[in-house]
Write a protein that binds this ligand. Structure first.
Ligand code: NAD
Length: 522
């Protein structure tokens, strides 16, 4: 079977360059632990963002193929749900070990298809791997509760799987986001149909191979491809009980509404505009390095990228130094040693980002560092945008109101901490936020009053590790953020609580007359 380069590789042999691929293969889909070639005639070309060379063609699975994936998951659920949690835990331990063995290979597929640097791609894998590791605690996480609620009477709870669940993933974390879903959905006894981003499905398919190698039975994890049509299929199929979505607001709000209307559980993490408030008493050197890393790492294509600075008081005078450090970053293809940031995902994304920089210029902001036109000599055809810093920004400007999702930092200035908190709280998004200060009381005041769901105190990207949960707020989540990814809330999302109340009736404990009033529990 011919497989695309990302999938055909092995733990010891995987792509390490951006050289043109001579024999381009289509990306397979994955059902019943087997890679299959789609019968579709509709494909999406996938290009290496550093060169725009064709890497693979991603099929848009036909309705029959999508149906087959759901049927496979439905069939597998019958026996998978009855396996013991210790059995599922043992498979998860093997899955964890295999991800570690294939770590570089997964990262290489990400660098090739998504564009981020190899070092950053390894972090992408790690943050997903940590969710799989945390899922190994399933026997503890799935324990129910019990209480003697009256004489001879007790109530117990069980966490039961939902059935077939689905995941719809974004392009920016090709390993991490599938791994937010695969381990917790399966270890809790569900079976899964996963649709990776059509822009970089390679890592998800390597994970699928590792799923089979770890001993997951056929059908527990299936991977299908496509865009809107595949998503609508998932939303409308009555067999699918829950949908996990991570991506932008346009798709996510639609998916939440349509999936919820179809009676499914939906968890949806959406876009962001993450702010940092910078106080004059902070450790300036730490702040400068933290912001440069958090704004421009992964070419700004992280949902928790720190894209907006609120400079309080005299700190606005620090911007030239910030620009100096940002300008020193090396923009290069992801496999090049020493690359700090790679290209953005597509020519369309580059054009959109450059359009937003131009709009800021037109609206009267200052382009303190201009990344337009930056490109490494060796890779003239990539989707390059260099680190860009826009100052003198006001809240009405388009570069402030829109998520840029590129290596662009917008900077506003205010006089006081109160002004900074008001400005940040007035923003529609509420994913992450940071405050830079050495004052405990200032940090505490900020923490209490700020409305974002994930707060960093001198930490620029405060993504909670998987023993906690990813807790976005406001427009950064659909449905008010009631269902969050991973951690205990992740286990709750993928399980239904059953509550059982029992009376242990002794022979002589029952009187002759029925009791018609509600018990008063004296
Ligand atoms: P996207 O919304 O374009 O795509 C996400 C998924 O939805 C893909 O699988 C895609 O096929 C599908 N999709 C896209 N448009 C659709 C539509 N109109 N109807 C149905 N399905 C559709 O997102 P993206 O560009 O891949 O990812 C970047 C976005 O994801 C950014 O907004 C970023 O902030 C967000 N994101 C958020 C988090 C978080 O946890 N909050 C994490 C990562 C990324």
């Amino acid at each position: 079977q011919h497989l695309s380069p990302a999938v055909a590789s092995t733990a010891t042999s995987y792509p390490t360059t951006h050289d043109k691929i001579q024999d381009v293969q289509d990306t397979p889909y994955f059902i019943d632990n087997q890679f299959l070639n789609s019968a579709t005639s509709e494909f999406i070309d996938l290009h290496d963002p550093a060169t725009n060379n064709l890497v693979t063609r991603v099929p848009q699975n036909t309705d029959d193929e999508l149906r087959a994936a759901v049927a496979s998951a439905e069939k597998a659920f019958t026996s998978w749900k009855t396996t013991s949690v210790l059995h599922r835990q043992a498979i998860m331990f093997r899955f964890v070990a295999l991800i570690r063995e294939n770590w570089d290979r997964l990262a290489a597929s990400i660098t090739l298809e998504q564009g981020k640097t190899f070092a950053d791609a390894k972090g992408d894998v790690l943050r997903g791997l940590q969710v799989a590791e945390a899922a190994c605690a399933a026997p503890e996480l799935l324990k129910g509760e019990v209480l003697e609620v009256a004489k001879d009477m007790e109530t117990r709870t069980y966490r039961e799987p939902l059935g077939v669940v689905a995941a719809i993933c974004p392009f920016n974390f090709p390993a991490m986001i599938p791994l937010w879903c695969i381990p917790i959905a399966t270890v809790t006894g569900n079976t899964l149909v996963l649709k990776p981003s059509e822009r970089d499905p390679g890592a998800a398919l390597i994970l699928a191979e590792l799923v089979a190698a770890a001993g997951f039975p056929p059908g527990v994890v299936n991977v299908v491809h496509g865009a809107h049509r595949a998503v609508n299929f998932i939303l409308d199929d009555p067999t699918i009980k829950a949908v996990s979505f991570v991506g932008g607001n346009a798709a996510g709000e639609y998916i939440f509404a349509r999936g919820s209307a179809a009676g499914k559980r939906v968890q949806a993490n959406l876009g962001a505009k993450n702010h940092a408030a910078v106080l004059p008493d902070c450790n300036k050197n730490q702040f400068l390095n933290a912001i440069v890393g958090a704004a421009f790492g992964a070419a700004g294509q992280r949902c928790m990228a720190l894209s907006t600075l609120v400079m309080v008081g005299e700190t606005k005078g620090w911007l030239p130094e910030l620009a100096e450090r940002a300008a020193a970053l090396r923009v290069d293809a992801g496999f090049e040693p020493g690359a700090d940031l790679g290209p953005v995902i597509s020519p369309a994304s580059k054009a959109r980002i450059e359009g937003l920089i131009a709009s800021a210029e037109q609206e009267g902001a200052t382009i303190l560092l201009d990344g337009r036109g930056v490109k490494p000599e060796k890779y003239p055809h990539g989707n390059w945008v260099g680190p860009t810093i826009i100052s003198d920004v006001t809240p009405a400007m388009k570069c402030y109101t829109e998520e840029i999702f590129g290596p662009v930092l917008v900077c506003l200035s205010v006089d006081t901490l109160d002004d900074a908190i008001d400005l940040i709280n007035a923003n529609d998004y509420g994913n992450g936020v940071a405050v830079f200060t050495r004052s405990g009381p200032t940090a505490e005041e900020f923490r209490r009053r700020i409305q974002a769901g994930q707060v960093g105190i001198n930490v620029p990207i405060p993504v909670p590790l998987p023993m906690f949960s990813f807790t976005g707020n406001k427009k950064s989540v659909a449905g008010g953020g009631a269902s969050t990814f991973y951690g205990r809330p992740g286990v709750n999302f993928y399980t239904q609580t059953k509550t059982v109340t029992s009376l242990w009736v002794g022979e002589d404990a029952v009187g002759k007359k029925a009791d018609v009033a509600m018990p008063t529990h004296n």
